[in-house]
Design a binder for this molecule. Structure first.
Ligand code: GLC
Length: 480
C-alpha cells in the first residue's frame, strides 16, 4: 500500500517536472527563432527595408590584392585551401604585408553606386572590417587600416565614408558589415598561442582582462562607425561564432567548427544601446544569434525551401567568391533574376555580392551583368518592389507576389534559350478577375480563358516577339 502511493507520488513529480520542462523548452524554442522588434523606429525601418528587396553587398579589403578568398586563408582550419609550399607562419606574414601593397588609386565609389543603381538595387552593405581585421575606415583603435598604408594621402582614403556617401546620394539604405571576430587583434588572436581555428585563441576564463580589452576595442570601433559616418540603417554583424556560449545551438554546431568551452560574449546589449542612441531605429543584424539583435535573418548562398514568416535576406555572390577574383565564375543574369523572383515570392530580399578590384574599380563583367538584371527590373519591377507575399505563391515555374493595394503578379520564369510559350496557365487557386491580364513587358492586355479549374493566358505571336526581357515575364491582375 505504502509502496503504491510512493510510486504514484513519484510518477506525479516526474509528470509535473516533465511538463514544466517541455513548456520551458517550447518558450525557449519560440523566442530563439525570431524576436520581433518592439522599438517603433526599428519596426518602421524594418518595414521600409522589406520594400526594397534587392541590395548589394561589397567585400573589399586586402584580399583583393591577390584576388583570393576573403580573410579565411589566415585561419588554420583544414577545409581551407592554402599554398602548401609556404608554411602557415610565412603565409600569415605575407598576408599581413598585403596592407603595404593595397593602393586602390582608381577608387571610385560613384562607379559602384551607378552600377548598383543600374541593377535596380536599393540598399548597400559594405565590409568596413572583415575577419582579417583590416579596416576600410579610419579607425583610431589600430593602425591596421586603409588610411595608414600607401593610400593614406588619397582624398578618399577613408573608404567606408565615401562608399556610404556615394550610395546615399542614390537614396540607398546604408549597411555597415562588421566582423565580430578580428584575427589581427592581440586581444582576439594573442600571439602567445597558436591560431588553430576561427575562435579567439586563449581561455577567456583565465584571461578576463584580455577579453575585456577586446570588448572595449569592438565597442569603440562600432562606436566610430555609428558616430562619424553619417546615417547608417543596418549594422550587419558577421562571424556568428562570436556569441554568448548559451546561444550556441544546433545551427552553430552544424558549421563543424570547434566550440570553445568559454563564452565569446562581446556584450551585444551594450553595443545595440549605443548604436541605437547614435542611429535611432538602426536594424541590428547579429547574424545567426537569434534574439533581440537579429532584426532579420540571413541565410547564406541559399534560398529557404519555403516562405519564412520572419523578415529575411539571402546573401549570395554574383560570381563564386565574395571578394574580387581574377577568374570569377559568374552567375547568369537569367539565374540572378530567377533567384530574385523566388526570394521575393518567399518573403525575403536578395543581397547580391560583388568584389571590386585592387585598383578600386568594379570589374566590367560585374557592371555588365548588373545592368542586365536592372533591365529586367526596369520593366518588371512592379512585381518585385514594395510587394508582400501571397499564400499560394508558387505553381510549377510561376511565382506569385502581390502589391500593397492587392494587385497580384504571376511571374513566369523562362529558362535560358527557351522560347516564350504561346499560352501560360495556372490553377484557379490564384484566381483572375475579369477576362484579361496585363503583360508588364510592353504593357499589353492579354486575353484570359477560364475553365476546368485553370486560368489560361494567351500571348499572340506578335506580342511574344516584342517581349524585351526574356528572363521572366510578368502578368498583373486582380483576384476574383
Ligand atoms: C560567409 C563567409 C564570410 C562572408 C560572409 C558574407 O560567412 O565566411 O567570409 O563575409 O559569408 O555573407
Amino acid at each position: 500500500m505504502l509502496k503504491k502511493s510512493w510510486l504514484i507520488l513519484l510518477l506525479g513529480i516526474i509528470f509535473i517536472s516533465w511538463n514544466a520542462y517541455a513548456q520551458h523548452d517550447n518558450l525557449h524554442r519560440r523566442s530563439s527563432v525570431y524576436e520581433a522588434p518592439k522599438d517603433p523606429l526599428v519596426i518602421q525601418k524594418l518595414d521600409k527595408w522589406q520594400d526594397l528587396k534587392f541590395g548589394m553587398i561589397i567585400h573589399w579589403g586586402v584580399y583583393a590584392v591577390p584576388g583570393m578568398i576573403e580573410s579565411w586563408a589566415l585561419c588554420s582550419e583544414d577545409w581551407i585551401n592554402r599554398d602548401s609550399t609556404i608554411t602557415y607562419n610565412d603565409f600569415k606574414k605575407w598576408y599581413w604585408g598585403l596592407a603595404d601593397e593595397f593602393n586602390p588609386v582608381n577608387f571610385d565609389p560613384d562607379q559602384w553606386a551607378d552600377a548598383a543603381d543600374a541593377a535596380g538595387m536599393k540598399y548597400l552593405v559594405f565590409t568596413t572590417k572583415h575577419h582579417d581585421g583590416f579596416n576600410m575606415f579610419d579607425t583610431q583603435q589600430t593602425d591596421y587600416k586603409i588610411t595608414a598604408g600607401p593610400f593614406k594621402n588619397h582624398p578618399k582614403s577613408n573608404v567606408a565614408k565615401y562608399v556610404f556617401e556615394a550610395f546615399r546620394k542614390k537614396d540607398f539604405m546604408i549597411g555597415a558589415y562588421f566582423s565580430k571576430p578580428d584575427w589581427h587583434s592581440q586581444y582576439y588572436w594573442w600571439s602567445k598561442y597558436a591560431t588553430a581555428d576561427r575562435n579567439n585563441n586563449y581561455d577567456i576564463r583565465k584571461n578576463p582582462w584580455r577579453w575585456n580589452k577586446y570588448k572595449e576595442f569592438t565597442y569603440s570601433q562600432i562606436g566610430e562607425l555609428m558616430h562619424d559616418y553619417g546615417d547608417i540603417d543596418i549594422l550587419w554583424l558577421d562571424g556568428g561564432w562570436v556569441r554568448p556560449l548559451e546561444t550556441v545551438n544546433e545551427e552553430v554546431l552544424s558549421w563543424g567548427a570547434r566550440i570553445p568551452e568559454w563564452s565569446q560574449d562581446i556584450d551585444m546589449p551594450k553595443i545595440a544601446k549605443m548604436a541605437r542612441e547614435a542611429q535611432p531605429g538602426i536594424l541590428m543584424v547579429d547574424r545567426t544569434v537569434h534574439g533581440p539583435y537579429e532584426n532579420y535573418q540571413t541565410p547564406e548562398q541559399s534560398v529557404p525551401a519555403e516562405q519564412l514568416d520572419v523578415p529575411w535576406e539571402s546573401c549570395m555572390t554574383l560570381g563564386h567568391s565574395w571578394g574580387y577574383h581574377p577568374r570569377q565564375n559568374y552567375k547568369s543574369v537569367n539565374k540572378v533574376v530567377h533567384t530574385l523572383v523566388e526570394v521575393v515570392a518567399k518573403g525575403g530580399s536578395l543581397l547580391l555580392g560583388v568584389g571590386p578590384k585592387p585598383d578600386g574599380t568594379l570589374p566590367d563583367e560585374d557592371v555588365k551583368r548588373l545592368k542586365g538584371i536592372g533591365d529586367w527590373l526596369e520593366v518588371n519591377g512592379e512585381a518585385i518592389y514594395d510587394t508582400r507575399t501571397v499564400n499560394y505563391y508558387k505553381e510549377n515555374n510561376i511565382y506569385f507576389t502581390q502589391d500593397k493595394k492587392g494587385k497580384t503578379f504571376a511571374i513566369l520564369l523562362v529558362e535560358e534559350n527557351m522560347e516564350i510559350p504561346n499560352t501560360v496557365s495556372w490553377s484557379t487557386q490564384q484566381s483572375v478577375k475579369g477576362k484579361s491580364v496585363r503583360l508588364l513587358d510592353g504593357n499589353k492586355k492579354l486575353e484570359v480563358n477560364k475553365g476546368g479549374g485553370e486560368i489560361v493566358v494567351t500571348i499572340p505571336e506578335k506580342i511574344r516577339k516584342e517581349i524585351k526581357q526574356k528572363e521572366a515575364i510578368v502578368f498583373a491582375f486582380e483576384n476574383e
